[in-house]
Ligand binder design. Structure first.
Ligand SMILES: *Cc1c(COP(=O)(O)O)cnc(C)c1O
Length: 395
């Protein structure tokens, strides 16, 4: 990929995503790289086996398709190396296992993706790692929580479900000074709208399942590291046998080429929906860090170059039949987990029961929205009809 990967030319992300991860003239001119499938990789001679210099040795250890996506993501994130995983969650667990060992203490944002929390509470605990959850808005005050055995700090900004922004540069200043690793789950922003490695993180985790794949038809994760962290991640991923599926890798690579244009639309529709919902009498509050009166706005503005289509609201208290009438009758918003596909989604949530370092306070029902690629006016009409049903069913 000599031409496309020319490091000396700095191009805009919109251009990068179109050209990264492709090398047509190594593939008879075909525009897309094919999905290499395979376990066995043949060696031509005894000498080539013994030399251990062949770039591909076994399917689990990488294919040209996997390597192409890894290289593209490394470039987009500004890192030294990337390892792909079979899901975003596998990327999370692999990254944590790359650093945490028995006797360690780890600091995890209280607003972290819920399965990440379960991994810490169940598996890290079993191998003798102590997890402490912290308020995501802590910033440089994280210094007071660092102990002699603190191995890593884990951030996720904005936080899952409630969208609290984290001051990654302030936390990074502390982790650098104290020789502690800083891991960041950057799934909400994607590599296009935030580059945590530039903000001081050592490792960035992405659930490619969301916007990279973008069509709700595959699972994929990635871990991109700086030069300091890369060998730890590579060793853990190799030892754990972490590898993505070939079809999934192909779909993610294909998604990469349209990521910029899709995100621009998710962003615009998400903001317009958030503003519209904010003005509704049924809505108590909206959590979207790109709204100027959001508590996280200043950090978002400083550290991010865009917002994606995921945000939450809290409704004013409404009887259950009213809520059900609103949700069940929606025609364009599907109810389901995950997000990042082309379709709009809504899902109720309640994080009161499991957060421990912060107190999530709300009286009404909380809902998380994903703004899809539909026309904004149709989406608003769908929600408008939903509020009318809610009113009728609550009377
Ligand atoms: C979805 C998600 C993950 C997990 O990704 P999967 O591919 O579903 O395993 C991890 N972190 C965040 C923030 C997510 O939203």
């Amino acid at each position: 990929m000599a031409l496309k990967d020319d490091e000396s030319v700095r191009r805009a992300p919109a251009t990068e995503v179109v050209h990264l991860g492709r090398d047509p003239f190594s593939h008879h001119g075909f525009v897309n790289l094919p999905p290499y499938r395979g376990s066995t990789v043949l060696y031509p001679t005894l000498e080539s086996i013994e030399a251990k210099t062949q770039p591909f040795t076994y399917g689990r250890r990488g294919t040209p398709t996997v390597r192409a996506l890894e290289t593209a993501l490394t470039r987009l994130a500004g890192g030294a190396d990337t390892k792909l995983a079979a899901s975003g969650y596998q990327a999370v667990t692999t990254a944590l296992l790359a650093f945490a060992e028995a006797g360690d203490h780890v600091l995890i944002a209280d607003t972290v993706y819920h399965p990440t929390r379960q991994f810490c509470d169940y598996l890290l605990k079993r191998i003798g790692v102590e997890t402490e959850y912290y308020d995501p808005t802590i910033g440089s005050r994280i210094a007071a929580l660092i102990r002699a055995n603190t191995r890593l700090v884990y951030v996720e900004s904005p936080g899952s479900q409630t969208f609290e922004m984290q001051d990654i540069p302030a936390i990074a200043e502390v982790t650098r000074a104290r020789n502690v690793w800083l891991l960041a789950d950057n799934t909400w922003a994607s590599p296009l709208y935030c580059r945590p490695l530039d903000l001081g993180a050592d490792v960035v985790i992405e659930a490619g399942t969301k916007y990279l794949v973008g069509h709700a038809d595959a699972l994929l994760g990635s871990i991109t590291s700086n030069a300091r962290a890369a060998r730890h991640v590579e060793r853990a991923a190799g030892t754990l046998g972490v590898c993505p599926g070939s079809e999934e890798t192909y779909l993610a690579l294909r998604g990469l080429h349209t990521l910029d244009v899709r995100l621009a639309r998710h962003q615009e529709t998400g903001l317009r929906l958030a503003e519209w919902l904010k003005a509704r009498p049924e809505v108590e509050r909206v959590m979207h860090p790109a709204l100027p009166d959001d508590p996280g706005y200043a950090i978002w503005k400083r550290d991010f170059t865009g917002a994606t289509g995921l945000f939450s609201i809290v409704l004013k208290p409404v009887p259950k039949p009213g809520l059900a009438a609103f949700l069940d009758g929606l025609k364009l918003f599907g109810m389901g987990y995950s997000w990042g596909g082309f379709e709009s989604l809504v899902i109720p949530f309640d994080c009161k029961s499991y957060r421990t370092a912060t107190h999530w306070q709300c009286d009404g029902q909380a809902l998380r929205f994903h703004a899809g690629l539909e026309d904004i006016n149709d989406l608003i009409a769908d929600l408008n009809a939903g509020f009318a049903r809610m009113k009728a069913a609550s009377a």
